[in-house]
Ligand binder design. Structure first.
Ligand SMILES: [Zn+2]
Length: 458
């Protein structure tokens, strides 16, 4: 915990709500003050751009950005060769090297432009489960930009708005006591926003989350996909009555079809997926046709094969993104570590923003077979397992998989052998499968759920 978290954790509940609201005033100004409206209008104006207009927009933005990188960003002006700088000044993105996470992790300030010194700089951290988090540094205008795109392309597409009362599951520490008997949320009166704690969600606490929705007349919810899915399962099992909601927009973890079905049944509203990163290097959101559109004004997205050539539509490859909305700490051809594929078909909604068919998963979520085969979406072994509340796969070696399961009361040996069989089907019979029943599965520091953990070098 940092200093403010320590202070917060010692406050009585009404003062914690007050602190959340006071923080909310600052937070609201930071995000929705200043030139927020300008950003919002700009995104709305570009909603119906044609493919040619997008190409021109990206060309212009990229050329400004690459000039900044060559002249004013220490990392690029040092690491890029003379030839690469020449290509950069011509706007040729593909001539530039891919950027790994490591240099950014090692020295985030090496990526900050030297010709600007804003009065206020905001640093946010990615929640890597291992190692040092990556610091993303930006200006208030860039924060507002990232909120404006969420309002216009995510909330509005789902028929809601950040101006309406909403609930959020995020990594923010809202209830410091792990043994707390509730409430498991805090209310920010300034934004009419309920912050849920992802760490206290259990079958026996689910009803108190629902009560918060009723008490504060929440109209829509956004945040961690897995937390909303779990809450949905608890709602369905206990037959809890959820007040009417307009939409759920999930972030952070991958939304599987099974999760979506359970959530739409429990919350009785549509579920939309949003795909973004803390660095805001790309942004994709779901339209009314259920397709995930990449916003070309947020970033230039490439999906590449291992040899660096672009993937064909439908072919899974690595996602590389160049951020067009942040020039204070620019990220050029950044390796996100995600795997995805472009859709072969244009979207019937008529928007000309490219469509991602599927974000398949994280590269670190790949499970490797003894014969070298690589499998993504391995957590699919838990699909249609009615006695599994949560499941996690740990690859301990090429020949050993540990499956950790939070079971329901009805979990039996049949369920266990079914799971072992499913692992064998995917990786072969030689792999040893250990099924471990656990009361709960720990989250990362920021409350995220890791479906797959690999302990082998890749
Ligand atoms: Zn569409």
């Amino acid at each position: 915990m940092n200093f403010s978290e320590v202070v917060y954790s010692k406050l009585p509940l009404p003062l914690q709500n007050g602190a959340v609201s006071l923080y909310g005033v600052y937070w609201k100004w930071l995000r929705f003050g200043g030139n927020y409206r300008f950003h919002e209008k700009s995104y709305s104006l570009r909603n119906r751009y044609t493919t040619d207009q997008w190409a021109e927009y990206q060309r212009n933005k990229l050329s400004e950005l690459l000039e900044i990188c060559v002249n004013n960003v220490p990392y690029y002006s040092r690491e890029w060769s003379q030839e690469q700088k020449g290509e950069a000044l011509k706007g040729d993105l593909l001539a530039l090297p891919l950027l790994e996470k490591e240099p950014l992790r090692a020295d985030p300030s090496d990526f900050v432009r030297t010709d600007r010194s804003p009065l206020l700089k905001i640093t946010t951290y990615t929640s890597g489960s291992t190692g040092t988090p990556i610091a993303s540094i930006c200006t208030p205008s860039e924060i507002r930009d990232s909120l404006a795109i969420r309002e216009v392309r995510s909330a509005n597409w789902a028929g809601v708005s950040f101006k309406l009362p909403r609930a959020t599951f995020s990594g923010r520490m809202v209830e410091p006591d792990p043994e707390s008997t509730g409430p498991y949320y805090r209310f920010n009166a300034v934004e009419k926003q309920v912050y849920f704690s992802p760490f206290h969600l259990r079958p026996e606490t689910a009803h108190s989350y629902i009560e918060a929705l009723k008490k504060h007349k929440i109209q829509w919810m956004t945040g961690y996909a897995v937390s909303y899915y779990l809450l949905a399962k608890f709602i369905l099992e206990a037959g809890l009555d959820v007040p009417p909601l307009e939409a759920i927009i999930t972030t952070s973890e991958k939304l599987t079809p099974e999760m979506r079905t359970a959530m739409e049944k429990a919350y009785r509203c549509r579920v939309y997926e949003e795909y973004s990163t803390v660095e805001n290097v790309l942004f994709a959101s779901e339209c009314e046709q259920g397709r995930l559109h990449v916003s070309p004004d947020a970033g230039i997205v490439e999906i590449l094969r291992p040899d660096g050539s672009p993937c064909d539509p439908g072919e899974v490859g690595e996602v590389i993104a160049t951020c067009l909305t942040r020039s204070y700490q620019p990220l050029i051809r950044f390796r996100l570590g995600d795997l995805a594929a472009w859709d072969e078909e244009p979207c019937p909604c008529g928007r000309s923003m490219p469509v991602i068919k599927e974000v398949v998963g994280r590269i670190e979520d790949v499970v490797v077979g003894p014969d070298g085969r690589q499998l993504v979406r391995f957590h699919g072994i838990f699909t249609h397992q009615p006695h599994v509340i949560e499941g996690q796969i740990i690859q301990e070696s090429l020949n050993q998989i540990r499956v950790r399961i939070v079971p329901t009361e009805g979990f039996s040996d049949t369920d266990k052998s079914d799971i072992v069989n499913r692992v064998h089907q995917r990786l072969g019979d030689r792999v040893k499968v250990i099924v471990e029943l656990v009361p709960s599965i720990e989250r990362t520091k920021s409350g995220k759920f890791k479906a797959v953990i690999s302990l082998i070098e890749k």
